[in-house]
Design a protein. Structure first.
Length: 139
């Protein structure tokens, strides 16, 4: 997997800026969103500041169509979202060798304003979700 990111080519317009960084990674502010067809529906948020930091992400609506996190207007205001189509919603995921053990953080959604290329991870107060939500539901 790491070979995909070694010689990453991207344009300046591809960079998504997290003005405050991500919780725990406040110094890392510039990322690109990478899609690798063989690994769909997962995508990667790859830091482009010279570190090897990257996160697997997934649109939570793909496995939790009822996902509706309680976010406040204040949490979203610095993203300058003008219309719903501007929003990209992701959850950071932990991919396990055993797919049944792979989880997503639904308490900390990543919100991207695709038009302005700015983003933030918001920590929500919502008892319906956890930081280790199973991606695959047992039948």
């Amino acid at each position: 997997m790491s070979d995909f990111f070694k010689d990453l080519v991207y344009a300046k317009d591809d960079i998504i800026t997290f003005p405050s960084g991500l919780p725990g990674f406040e110094k890392n502010k510039e990322f690109v969103l990478i899609q690798i067809p063989d690994y769909a529906p997962f995508e990667w948020l790859v830091c482009v500041d010279g570190t090897r930091l990257r996160f697997a992400v997934l649109n939570p609506m793909l496995f939790r169509p009822d996902y509706n996190p309680n976010m406040t207007k204040e949490q979203l205001e610095d993203l300058h979202i003008e219309k719903p189509e501007d929003i990209l919603l992701y959850s950071i995921v932990t991919i396990s060798e055993n797919p049944d053990e792979s989880t997503a953080n639904l308490i900390g959604p990543v919100i991207i304003n695709r038009t302005r290329r700015i983003a933030k991870q918001i920590v929500i107060e919502d008892e319906r979700y956890t930081t280790r939500e199973p991606i695959l539901r047992k039948k």
